[in-house]
Design a binder for this molecule. Structure first.
Ligand code: HEC
Ligand code: HEC
Length: 192
């Protein structure tokens, strides 16, 4: 009798637990193709349906055996490092409209100069890693470079890397606080 009166809530808890477990399991499924890496709004993107990424057909600098999934991750990284979307480098195909009526991107097309530039940049970055950064690491007897070189090392979220403006100079004696009002900036101390 006690048991029957306890039953409904117990059943409810069991159900709830099962539901939570199911949700957690789905959320943790590591290879779930529908989710993929986080994606911003993408012009020409096909929306939510499960996506598999087709094998690339026009690689000229990335290794030829790079998979579609790997390409997608690399591209997300480049876009993020430069603070741009896919259509900065990839041209739209007016003959291939997505469900939203907007043209899809033709990823294997090479007509945008930004894409060509990105290829040069990739080769430059790989060259710097192999021929410079790794040598520095060897000389320092480090296991691996402290800061790996990426597109973001220079671009920092901008298509054109911003000009570096040195912070306000701090004189030869180190930080001395703000100069007195009216002091000439960057003038050597001529008092003595
Ligand atoms: C900074 C420029 C740039 C951005 C931004 C960029 N890509 Fe790319 N993408 C390239 C370059 C360059 C290649 C060709 C690489 C090569 O030649 O090895 C490429 C190749 C590809 C390919 C393979 C095409 C083929 O069949 O050969 C796909 C797919 C792709 N990009 C998708 C994307 C997606 C999706 C995004 C946005 C998340 C994106 N790209 C953002 C420059 C870019
Ligand atoms: C060592 C610094 C450095 C690294 C690393 C680097 N870039 Fe650049 N990138 C530059 C500079 C400098 C420019 C020239 C900007 C300008 O024209 O004002 C540039 C220009 C570009 C442009 C052309 C921008 C435009 O205005 O059309 C693209 C695209 C680009 N980089 C992509 C990349 C990608 C992708 C990577 C990584 C694979 C990368 N860069 C790595 C320094 C770098």
């Amino acid at each position: 009798m006690k048991i029957t009166s306890l039953s409904p809530p117990t059943a409810a808890i069991a159900l709830l637990a099962a539901a939570v477990f199911a949700v957690a399991t789905v959320a943790q499924a590591p290879q779930g193709p529908p989710q993929g890496p986080p994606q911003g709004p993408q012009p020409g993107g096909s929306g939510r349906p499960p996506r598999t990424y087709p094998a690339p057909t026009n690689l000229k600098v990335l290794p030829k055996d790079t998979t579609g999934q790997q390409i997608h991750e690399i591209m997300e990284g480049w876009a993020g490092s430069l603070g741009v979307h896919c259509d900065t480098c990839h041209s739209a195909d007016p003959k291939n409209l997505g469900p939203n009526g907007r043209p899809r991107l033709k990823f294997d097309d090479d007509s945008k100069p930004e894409k060509q530039m990105a290829r040069i940049m990739y080769k430059m970055t790989e060259d710097m890693k192999k021929n410079y950064i790794e040598k520095v690491a060897d000389m320092d007897k480090m296991d691996s470079p402290a800061a790996p070189l990426t597109c973001g090392t220079c671009h920092r979220g901008h298509l054109d890397p911003e000009e570096f403006v040195p912070p306000h100079e701090e004189g030869p004696r180190g930080p001395g606080g703000p100069p007195p009002a009216g002091a000439m900036p960057n003038m050597p101390d001529m008092q003595h």
